[in-house]
Design a protein around this ligand. Structure first.
Ligand code: NAD
Length: 359
């Protein structure tokens, strides 16, 4: 039995995770994997019940689980709270407590949705890339940081710092991921001006020596940003630091044109993975059975692949989603402008995926 902690969170979080759990259990059954799923509170739901966005008990429950499946946190009800006690803090804390330093964001275009991209269909055709972003180091956390008055002027500073261990471990995640894909890694840097990037190149090259079967390319971040728009299908795995990864993962995500379709995984050395859709809690549609559960369902595919090392089960889930879309089923968010189609709700979309899975 694999223990999975489900943290539905707020807004549409509970709706989409409910469908994701159905798919987890059905695909697990087909793959011969049993799950013991338990539910707990995070974000605004936890604030309402306990006064804080994440309790120690939930952290402990996460530590003793194989994986965490999360919905989304936040909403207008908690927007006026001080930054330190808001729902998002629950998310930041669980990532920190579990030591999740690698954030994986795939961006793939489903043929049936190619028209949803703002780019021409022939440019987005074949996009299937994975951004592996370092999540716990770099300029967002480096010291010294802060503001000061120097010679009567306001000054502010942040520090970009990485050590070789941080670079090595994220590089391994990228190379291991590439081995399950098309065996190509693009390391994104700014080594023409940054010493930090020069160290990244050295360490990534050292790690690459253990992966003869994976091709490595170093790419300047500015040219990578351009190539993502002009020739995105060339990329397989992109690995980079926190700052560049933050920006490029959003750029890559938008190539697909549909927020309700994007899954993510956060991994660390503790063996526990956290899987969640990229989208937020969508308070504007919460509680109305309007949410698209496919990003949460595709997060389940990532759980099979990365935590359970079952790419076969992951592929079954992805293939079921592809088939559902090809059959023309759509939630409201993935209907194209001018398209005349019936829309279906969150539960019905879950039903469709289960049916394609043969469950
Ligand atoms: P959002 O992603 O929640 O919503 C943006 C727009 O996309 C909305 O119109 C929403 O209806 C739509 N949308 C999002 N996911 C959808 C889905 N699965 N199906 C159909 N439509 C979907 O972003 P926002 O509106 O900026 O933020 C709302 C709340 O979510 C805020 O409190 C924010 O802090 C929080 N948030 C949480 C996370 C997270 O938990 N990881 C991420 C982003 C935002």
């Amino acid at each position: 039995m694999e223990r999975v902690l489900v943290l539905p969170g707020d807004g549409i979080g509970p709706e989409v995770t409910q469908q994701a759990v159905r798919v987890l259990e059905a695909a697990g059954k087909r793959a011969g994997i049993g799950f013991e799923c338990s539910e707990a509170l995070i974000g605004g739901a936890s604030i309402d019940a306990h006064g804080i966005p994440l309790t120690d008990d939930v952290v402990e429950a996460a530590r003793t689980s194989r994986a965490v499946l999360l919905g989304a946190v936040g909403g207008p009800k908690w927007d006026a709270m001080p930054v330190d006690t808001r729902p998002e803090k629950g998310l930041l804390r669980i990532r920190k407590e579990l030591g999740l330093y690698a954030n994986l964001r795939p961006a793939a275009v489903f043929p049936a949705l190619a028209q949803a991209s703002t780019l021409r269909p022939e440019v987005v055709d074949g996009i299937d890339l994975l951004v592996v972003r370092e999540l716990t180091g770099g300029i967002y956390f480096g010291e010294p940081r802060g503001r000061a008055i120097v010679d009567g002027r306001r000054e502010a500073r942040n520090t970009m710092v990485y050590d070789e261990v941080e670079i090595e471990r994220i590089s391994r995640v990228a190379f291991d991921s590439a081995r399950r894909r098309r065996r190509h890694v693009t390391h994104v840097h700014k080594a023409n001006v940054l010493d930090v990037s020069q160290l990244w190149i050295e360490v990534v090259d050292e790690v690459a020596k253990g992966y003869d079967d994976v091709e490595l390319q170093h790419q300047l971040v500015d040219s990578c940003a351009m190539l993502l728009l002009s020739d995105p299908a060339r990329f397989d795995v992109i690995v980079t630091g926190n700052l560049f990864g933050d920006i490029l993962s959003d750029e890559a995500a938008m190539l697909t044109g549909s927020l309700g379709m994007l899954p993510s995984a956060s991994l660390g050395d503790g063996g526990i993975g956290l899987y969640e859709p990229v989208h937020g809690s969508a308070p504007d549609i919460a509680g109305q059975d309007l949410a698209n559960p496919l990003a949460a369902i595709l997060s389940v595919a990532m759980l099979f692949e990365h935590t359970l090392d079952r790419p076969d089960a992951a592929a079954e889930v992805r293939d079921a989603v592809t088939a559902v879309l090809a059959a023309g089923h759509r939630t409201g968010d993935i209907i194209l402008e001018g398209e005349k189609r019936e829309t279906i709700g969150c539960v019905a979309m879950g039903d469709c995926v289960l049916e394609k899975l043969g469950a």
